[in-house]
Design a protein around this ligand. Structure first.
Ligand SMILES: *[C@@H]1O[C@H](CO)[C@@H](O)[C@H](O)[C@H]1NC(C)=O
Ligand SMILES: *[C@@H]1O[C@H](CO)[C@@H](O)[C@H](O)[C@H]1NC(C)=O
Ligand SMILES: *[C@@H]1O[C@H](CO)[C@@H](O)[C@H](O)[C@H]1NC(C)=O
Ligand SMILES: *[C@@H]1O[C@H](CO)[C@@H](O)[C@H](O)[C@H]1NC(C)=O
Ligand SMILES: *[C@@H]1O[C@H](CO)[C@@H](O)[C@H](O)[C@H]1NC(C)=O
Ligand SMILES: *[C@@H]1O[C@H](CO)[C@@H](O)[C@H](O)[C@H]1NC(C)=O
Length: 450
């Protein structure tokens, strides 16, 4: 693609003069695109999957595989909103290298530590690829839509009624710590895929599942309908009675956008009310000057590597909500604009390049932190300012060309994982999830005593 001259000049300027600020005019498309160009470049500086040290699709340590799925989703929308095709080949390659033998984003290299939420974040990319009519893979490869359908089917099979009245567990495999935990994000992923597949394919069975997830979340108490608060999750050991009440931006955002999809698909007042209800309550994630923040950890500087990327998904799903439920546009665009003007513009002034973004956008200036999640967050908030300038996600009827699983066919044989995971993989997986649990407990203590 040919970059607009303004972009090239801007970028040259940042390299040569180390300009110490990104001045983003939130009402000017060129200015927004220029900033996105800079943020995406910073994001890709963490990618080494195209080198002999890396793995295709994965980013440098310490970023886990799931966050790579998050980052490719940011880059897919980066192309969509700016027209810059620079990373499209790498994006396509990343997805296809990670589909796994069953074409459901369970690659052998990652599967031993894979949770339902991890799988969902990759499926969000393939779904978006179908909805944005991203170039289809060659014949014989799994296709964007069929991949997403197979992920969805695998999740539907894992719906577990033995404890807590239903729901997906966090982990897929019993040998991983976290298998005993049912969390909102895993179920949010399933809910959202159902909503998007229903709208894209016109098949109501997908929407029925999303409805079921919503109802279960209310029954089990992970969703408090009085305030539309989405809590983190609970253990099956006490049948989900002791709920961990952290609220993360991405949970609210996924249910917001998923509800917007279902509203757009069904045009029912029920889903419209749910969209309005969630939207009215996401204000807990904005400060008094309208700057987005991760309320559960940011002010106490306790957001871990994963959590540093959550605002990226929050912004992406706010943008989708604007497109699918246009009655929310004024509110949401206003919040994205204030986040850019009062937050991101002053935060993304760090590092040796002078345009590195920090974790928090609440303070004046850069907070001396950097990373993949930080770049993703700034990129997603800024590019979603353009939500109204681009078509809403396509469907199979309205511009999408990704073939259905019925026409592409299924993988020729099903690879069964549970019998094939080695003891070494198990040990590794246990450690990872144990660390995650310990960190959560540590944070609980700090918040409680803080
Ligand atoms: C890998 O990708 C990055 C980001 O697109 C690029 O800057 C880099 O030159 C690429 N490296 C190789 C070896 O292709
Ligand atoms: C477990 O929780 C579910 C949902 O809250 C409830 O329907 C079920 O009766 C509970 N089971 C037991 C054994 O308490
Ligand atoms: C609709 O989706 C469900 C769930 O994946 C599937 O079992 C069913 O065959 C689909 N129906 C049609 C008409 O494609
Ligand atoms: C569904 O989305 C389209 C595209 O943005 C929009 O034109 C239409 O009004 C939406 N439907 C509803 C019920 O809001
Ligand atoms: C989607 O892609 C297909 C295949 O490249 C193309 O024929 C079609 O025109 C595209 N649809 C839109 C809305 O651009
Ligand atoms: C897909 O296949 C299923 C099962 O064979 C069938 O019920 C359904 O109608 C098919 N869907 C489409 C869209 O062809």
């Amino acid at each position: 693609m040919i970059l607009p001259i303004a972009t090239i000049l801007f970028f040259t300027a940042t390299c040569v003069q180390r300009v110490a600020a990104i001045d983003i005019d939130v009402t000017d498309t060129d200015s927004i695109i220029n900033a996105c160009f800079v943020f995406s470049h910073g994001l890709m500086s963490y990618y080494n999957g195209n080198t002999s040290d890396g793995t295709v699709g994965k980013f440098v340590s310490p970023y886990y595989w799931w966050e790579a799925g998050g980052a490719w989703g940011s880059l897919l929308d980066y192309w969509w909103y700016t027209g810059d095709e620079t990373y499209n080949d790498q994006l396509s390659e990343a997805m296809l290298a990670n589909v796994g033998p069953n074409w459901d984003f369970m690659p052998k290299s990652e599967v031993s530590t894979e949770g339902n939420d991890d799988q969902a974040f990759w499926a969000f990319v393939s779904m978006a690829a179908a909805e944005r009519n991203f170039t289809n893979p060659p014949d014989g490869s799994p296709q964007w839509l069929s991949l997403t359908q197979l992920v969805f089917d695998s999740m539907a099979e894992r719906w577990d009624t033995a404890y807590c009245g239903g729901g997906l567990r966090w982990q897929i495999f019993q040998f991983n710590n976290g298998y005993d935990y049912k969390n909102t994000i895993s179920n949010a992923g399933f809910f959202m895929l159902g909503a998007r597949l229903a709208r894209y394919t016109g098949n109501d069975s997908y929407a029925d599942w999303s409805e079921k997830v919503w109802d279960w979340l209310v029954d089990v108490g992970f969703l408090d309908l009085e305030y539309y608060y989405f809590y983190d999750g609970a253990s099956v050991s006490d049948n989900c009675t002791e709920i961990s009440k952290y609220q993360w931006t991405y949970n609210a955002a996924i249910f917001l956008a998923g509800s917007a999809y279902l509203y757009n698909y069904t045009e029912s007042d029920v889903w419209k009310e749910r969209v309005s209800g969630i939207l009215a309550n996401v204000n807990v994630f904005f400060d008094s000057s309208g700057v987005m923040f991760e309320a559960a950890c940011e002010r106490v500087q306790m957001c871990n590597t994963d959590q540093q990327s959550f605002k990226a998904y929050f912004a992406r799903f706010l943008g989708l909500t604007v497109q699918l439920a246009p009655f929310t546009a004024d509110t949401i665009i206003g919040l994205l604009q204030s986040t850019v003007t009062n937050g991101i513009s002053q935060s993304c002034v760090g590092g040796s390049d002078g345009v590195t973004c920090g974790t928090t956008w609440l303070e004046a200036g850069w907070d001396n932190t950097w990373g993949l999640g930080q770049q993703m967050g700034a990129l997603e908030v800024t590019q979603n300012l353009l939500a109204l300038d681009k078509p809403a996600p396509f469907t199979s009827e309205s511009g999408g060309s990704s073939p259905n699983v019925n026409s592409t066919g299924y993988p020729s044989s099903v690879y069964v994982y549970t019998n094939n995971i080695t003891t070494a993989d198990r040990a590794g997986a246990g450690i990872l999830t144990t660390i995650a649990l310990i960190m959560m407990l540590g944070m609980a203590w700090i918040l409680a005593s803080g």
